[in-house]
Every structure is written in C-alpha cells, then in structure tokens.
Ligand binder design. Structure first.
Ligand SMILES: [Fe+2]
Ligand SMILES: [Fe+2]
Length: 345
C-alpha cells in the first residue's frame, strides 16, 4: 500500500477507527515528509481519540515540520485536554527552540493534565539541551579518529507490543537521546533514572505521592527497563489505584501495555480503571489499550463491555484495543504492506 493510499484511509471518516489507526501506525512507521503531511491534514477530525493519536505519532516521529500545528493545538482551549496534553508531549519530544514559548505558557494552564505535561516537557527540553551541549563539548575535545557518537541502538533486540511493532520506524529506531539502553521503541517523555540507582530506591520513588512527577516517571521507566516485570507491574498497579495525577496514571497504563505482564497485580488495577466512570477519559483510554496489549483470557469480554461507553474516547479506545488484542493473538504485526517510496525523477 502506498503512502497516498494510507493517507486516503487515514482521512476516510466512514472507515472504522481500527482501520484508520492501522493506517496511522503505518504512516508513522514509514515516516518522511509525505507521511507527516498526511498526518497533519488528518487533524481536521471530530474524534479526540484520533487527534491525540496523530499528535502522539508526530511527537514519536520527532517531526519538526509539525511544530506550528502542535503549538496551535496546545493553545486551543476548545480542544479536549487529552489532545492538548498530547500536543505538549509531542513538543517536548521534538524539543526544538520553537517549542519553548508555547510550553512555558502551557505550564500555567488551567487544565491539570496540560499543565503537568508542559512542566515535564520543559524539564525534558532543558535536559535535552544540556545533553546536546555536553555532547558538543565532548566531540570538540575528541581525537578526530575516535568515535564521536554513542553506540547505536539495536532495533532487532527491541521489545514492544503489537501496537508498537506496527508503528516502529522502518527508517531505523527513533530512540530518545536520553535512553540508549531502553529495550522499548517509545520516545519517553522523561529519561529513565540513572543505572546506579538501586531498584528498591526506584520503587520507593515511584510509590511516593510526594515525589515530583519527573522523578516518578524516571523511576518508572528505569524499572520498566530493568526490573522484574511481575514486581514492576504490581508496583504500577498500586500507583494506578492510589495516585491523584491523571497524567501519571495514563503513563502507568501505557507502560503496563508495554510490559504486557499477565499477572493479576496490574490487570485488576487496569480493569478497575476502565470501569471507573469518574476517571479521566485519557486514563481509561490508556487502560483499555493496555488491556488489549496484554491480551489475557478476559480481555475480549472486558473490552466488549465498554465498546459502547457513553464517553466516545473510551468507546473508540475499546474498538482499537480489540484490534490490538487480535494482533497480539495472531502475531501479525504488518497487515498494511507499504510500497517503498518511488525515487525522484
Ligand atoms: Fe499521553
Ligand atoms: Fe493514547
């Protein structure tokens, strides 16, 4: 399937959401200007779920050409907070100078999830700048013959759910500059805590409601990368039940979907989250997709129960999650075959 055909599927609002999401994942995977342009055009869509996923993809692609559109989305208070959150997170992932002012403004937004996202994105921005400065200084000192870049990532050894495999870049791994050791495909919003922090300290920070979101995120990603999956899932399940931050909880769900631990510890918490009508739809959405990625015995019944939820975001998330579950079960991650771009004449 060509990028043009994928674009047509992406834009076609008469198609079901899973089909359009597969086109979206495939465009993210192919990358390049034509894919970014298709994703930007698709943002004139009534579905908040769809728009937030497009913004997420643009951030994960670190598409500098999307910055102005993402800034406008972030500023637009008529957009759903989940969409504005994802725009802010994408700007944090891109982390170019043009992103700074919009994130500073958003760091005082009246929406808690937007505000907290912007604060984290600004911290990531400063962290990325410091890393770049360090790298430049190191390169300037290095002998011309010495290798000047860190060891490259090993895409063939990356872990990831079917959803992540479907959207993994075909142009090499788009790894965060912060985490060369992460076995996962995602560009994380916060770097994992350093490798010399012991696991018990990471766990304590993750569970500490008084710790900053930056530290808790860093602890969570470090545990995801190197902890025992069963223990990590249990700790994450506990955060899901006890935390007041919708932002933290939605990321906890996302990480549970990456880990795909089938033990009871996290699955009970994910179920309770999806069932909780008072929970932020952004959290229920990520819980639904994590449940789909885990693909346990009770997954289908649970997702079918909420596929007509009164919140459109949750209902559409369950549709997409049922499709993710099917990909997990079948092990078929590439249903949309993409033709290589034609060489320029
Ligand atoms: Fe998010
Ligand atoms: Fe999401």
């Amino acid at each position: 399937m060509s990028v043009e055909s994928l674009r047509a599927e992406l834009m076609d609002q008469s198609l079901d959401m899973p089909r359009r999401f597969r086109a979206l994942f495939a465009l993210r995977s192919v990358g390049g200007d034509a894919s970014v342009s298709a994703l930007l055009d698709s943002l004139r869509d009534p579905s908040a779920l769809f728009k937030h996923e497009v913004a997420f993809a643009l951030g994960q692609m670190q598409a500098t050409g999307a910055v102005e559109t993402l800034k406008a989305m972030l500023r637009d208070e008529s957009e759903h907070s989940m969409v504005r959150h994802e725009a802010a997170e994408a700007l944090g992932a891109i982390a170019s100078d043009e992103c700074l002012e919009a994130l500073e403004t958003a760091s005082e937004d009246s929406s808690q999830v937007v505000r907290e996202t912007a604060v984290l994105a600004l911290q990531r921005f400063r962290y990325a700048q410091a890393k770049r400065r360090d790298a430049q200084a190191k390169n300037a000192r290095a002998d011309a013959k010495a290798p000047s870049s860190p060891p490259s990532a090993r895409p063939d050894e990356r872990a990831g759910s079917a959803k992540e495999q479907l959207s993994a870049s075909t142009n090499g791994h788009q790894q965060s500059l912060d985490e060369p050791d992460s076995p996962y495909i995602s560009v994380d919003p916060v770097p994992a805590a350093p490798s010399d922090v012991p696991t018990h300290a990471l766990r304590a920070t993750l569970l500490d409601e008084s710790a900053s979101l930056w530290d808790r995120y860093g602890a969570m990603f470090a545990l995801r990368n190197r902890g025992d999956p069963c223990d990590v899932a249990k700790a994450l399940g506990s955060v899901l039940i006890h935390s007041d931050s919708a932002l933290l909880k939605h990321e906890v769900c996302y990480v549970l979907g990456q880990i795909q631990e089938k033990g009871d510890g996290a699955r009970a918490a994910l179920r309770a989250t999806l069932e909780n009508q008072n929970e932020h739809p952004m959290v229920r959405h990520e819980a639904a997709e994590a449940i789909g990625s885990i693909a346990a015995d009770d997954t289908e019944a649970l997702l079918l129960k909420f596929r007509h939820d009164q919140d459109r975001i949750v209902a559409e998330s369950c549709e997409v999650a049922l499709d993710i579950m099917q990909s997990e079960i079948s092990g078929e991650f590439v249903p949309l075959v993409v033709e290589p771009p034609r060489a320029a004449a």
